[in-house]
Design a protein around this ligand. Sequence first.
Ligand SMILES: NC(=O)c1ccc[n+]([C@@H]2O[C@H](COP(=O)([O-])OP(=O)(O)OC[C@H]3O[C@@H](n4cnc5c(N)ncnc54)[C@H](O)[C@@H]3O)[C@@H](O)[C@H]2O)c1
Length: 366
Amino acid sequence: MDKVKVGIIGCGTISPIYFEAGQKFDILDIVACADLDFARAQERAEQYGVKACTVDELLADKEIEIVINLTIPKAHADIHQKVLQAGKHSYGEKPLAVSLEDGRKVLSLAKEKQLRVGGAPDTFLGGGIQTARKLIDDGWIGSPVGATAFLVSPGPESWHPNPGFLYEEGAGPLFDMGPYYLTALVNLLGPIHRVTGSARITRPERIVTNPANYGAKIPVETPTHIAGVLDFESGAVGTLITSFDVWGSELPNIEIYGTLGTLSVPHPNFFGGSVKVKRYNQSEFMEVPLTHGFTENSRGLGVMDMAYAIRNGRPHRANGELCYHVLETMHGLLHASREGKHYLLESTCEQPEALPTDLPAHALNG
Ligand SMILES: NC(=O)c1ccc[n+]([C@@H]2O[C@H](COP(=O)([O-])OP(=O)(O)OC[C@H]3O[C@@H](n4cnc5c(N)ncnc54)[C@H](O)[C@@H]3O)[C@@H](O)[C@H]2O)c1
């Protein structure tokens, strides 16, 4: 199968794992990279043996079919639109856009141009969550009744060298980390119908403790503790808490409660992890061997799936509709908190097709 040539825009902290995806996944051929900060693009280009160029040069490169957009959230929608205008498929880091309006613009441009748009997270394609999905699909916990999902932490200012953007609109624990949890839940349970929630900003300013920028002050634009309720179209009821205000916790990552048992789902920010089940007639949780591969850090798996989908004319799994549905869910939670009432989602999406269990390493088979 012909390789798909790929360019990367945004050469910051997360970019190395995507460059590595180009070396690991046979169908991807990363040929060029660009960044507003040209020195960063040059550094990555040297490191990974690709061409450094400006954003415009990259977009003008006729050989490139997919662009991976690894810029900061506020730039995501603009770059997606530039990529689509340049006649290329666009795959980006989460979230799809900051505002719903921009998210819709990206989807409708992709439709108009008959190009694909998609994005992170792709961790739901990893062995951990695919195993959990298989257990649900095969009836191990009966019919899903409810779910809980918790992302609680003290915030990223201790480990991220430039954490300012993570407290801007379009980030915070909900928009930065929520996509992992919500995408995993939609993959496991299908789309969401309505949400409600409460949100607060706990500290209006945060202090960076990462040595790279120690002591820098960050203004906080977006809620840092958000508690939500999610009603799925299937009738299952989910609880989601995302917070950068918690010093410690023993909460699980994700649990799914079914009429016949409970499923313990691994951390949705990772590809592997431990999947456990406790059926109504068992006294304890039992660990289940993972049924699927891609259990190591496989970021870029969603891009590989998009590349195979382009070559084989099938839908790709980490697609724009899924990203937009997750974006609308997150906005809905904040909207419900502001308005004091449920938010009914306008969007929906297909539950992504489960991966087969017999895939070769580092490749998909269709
Ligand atoms: N850092 C992580 O561990 C991590 C993990 C998962 C996802 N992400 C996501 O990846 C994205 C990037 O995060 P990061 O941590 O790499 O950020 P970063 O600030 O380290 O890097 C972003 C890069 O994008 C460049 N950039 C910004 N706007 C641009 C534009 N308009 N045109 C070209 N280049 C532009 C910046 O110069 C910078 O080099 C974010 O959406 C983030 O949510 C990050």
